[in-house]
Write a protein that binds this ligand. Structure first.
Ligand code: GLA
Length: 390
């Protein structure tokens, strides 16, 4: 670790990647046995010449994560099963070109901002002024508009210490970008611990009153990306209420109890167990595409959010967050038109997303926790994804 501490972002090169890499055949992909490490390599350039890098974070305990400076995208995440066999458990693409050309619909692995999820009719009023955002999910605005944070090239800087390794990403969104008010200075820090936890910390400040909702849009398949459906995965959500939606997936404003509905995941259920129930909410989403209200002990305190188990591989994903909500999306719009990282086609239900967040359309919902950020305040949130196996 000491040697790595001395390296700056610029100093870590493809050569460092080679040094950090596990000797071929000696150890499984995650580099079990070595300490946490980070390495950088070029990942191509955008049409305007802007260079994109890829960082590889290794826990030394079997987990390896690849993060792109483009969109802050988690491109791959290898995690071991109980016998130490690793698989890439997130959906994604193999090339930068695919991310640029094809990730506008699915948002695989990306940082989402300025406003994750939907704002009704792309409109909100703040301090008496009305803002009109791009309608990119008719009739609403989705995931930050036409060119959200998922399309930005973030400034990257490796950080480490305390038995973990991390990557700090910075992006300053200019005042008025995508019609949102205020210059929003955003930092997202990914940290991989030797306990195989990936922590994502979000920090933002503004110079004018604005609204903010940040998340990461990774899709998981704990059996391995491209291996088929996730309907047999067992999901448990620490949520006794959810926010029902209208036909355009905008919350009605109600916080409805999940008890007695297909939305009750307070005990583990297979994702597919009730997905074909003739329920109006499931019809609206073509499956699950809903925000769950987490049973937080105290607002802003890290809370158990979700636990997912793949019965076949035994891999377990546990998510904790400081956010009040989590969007559970069962990959309903994957339709067999995208070829993923390993060359396999993604079909409906081949991955699920669990997006920790403030509730959708909060700027228009006075009864939801506020997403307003004012000058002098800081937006801070953290979500931890931990990987284990049984
Ligand atoms: C979120 C939305 C979904 C869908 C996906 C990306 O999860 O809630 O409706 O847009 O992003 O395809």
């Amino acid at each position: 670790m000491k040697g790595l501490l001395a390296l700056t972002g610029a100093a870590i090169s493809a050569a460092a990647l080679a040094v950090a890499a596990v000797p071929a055949g000696a150890q499984p992909a995650g580099g079990v046995g070595s300490g946490p490490s980070i390495a950088k390599e070029p990942f191509g350039a955008l049409a305007d010449g802007t260079k994109v890098d890829r960082y590889t974070l290794t826990s030394g305990k079997g987990v390896r994560v690849r993060i792109l400076t483009y969109g802050g995208i988690v491109q791959t995440l290898e995690a071991p099963d109980a016998r130490g066999r690793t698989a890439n458990v997130v959906l994604g693409f193999a090339t930068l070109k695919d991310y640029v050309d094809k990730n506008g619909g699915p948002y695989f692995g990306a940082i989402i901002g300025r406003y994750a999820n939907r704002i009704a009719k792309g409109r909100f009023t703040l301090d008496g002024k009305t803002y009109q955002l791009a309608i990119n999910n008719d009739p609403n605005s989705l995931h930050g508009g036409l060119k959200g944070f998922n399309t930005k090239v973030w400034k990257a800087q490796p950080v480490s210490g305390g038995g973990s390794v991390g990557l700090r990403l910075d992006y300053t969104s200019p005042d008025g970008e995508e019609n949102y008010p205020g210059t929003l200075k955003t930092t997202v820090t990914y940290t991989l611990t030797k306990g195989n936890e990936l922590r994502v910390a979000y920090h933002a400040t503004t110079d004018k009153a604005t609204v903010v909702n940040l998340t990461n849009h990774s899709y998981f398949n704990l059996a391995g990306e491209g291996t088929g459906g996730i309907y047999d995965h067992l999901l448990q959500l620490n949520a006794s209420r959810f926010t029902p939606v209208d036909s355009t997936l905008i919350p009605t404003g109600q916080l409805a109890p999940v008890k007695g509905t297909p939305f009750d995941f307070t005990r583990p259920h297979a994702i597919g167990e009730r997905i074909r129930v003739g329920d109006q909410q499931l019809l609206y989403g073509q499956g699950y595409d809903h925000n769950f209200v987490l049973d937080q002990r105290r607002p802003g305190e890290p809370t158990q959010a979700a636990r997912v188990t793949d019965p076949r591989s035994g891999r377990v994903l546990n998510i904790t967050t400081t956010e009040p909500g989590i969007q559970f999306y069962s990959g309903n719009f994957l339709d067999g038109t995208l070829v993923g990282t390993s060359g396999r086609v993604y079909r409906q239900g081949d991955g699920f997303a669990l997006e920790t967040q403030h509730f959708p359309d909060s700027p228009n919902q006075p009864n939801f926790p506020s997403t307003v950020l004012r000058p002098g305040q800081a937006f801070d949130s953290a979500t931890t994804y931990s990987f284990s196996a049984r």
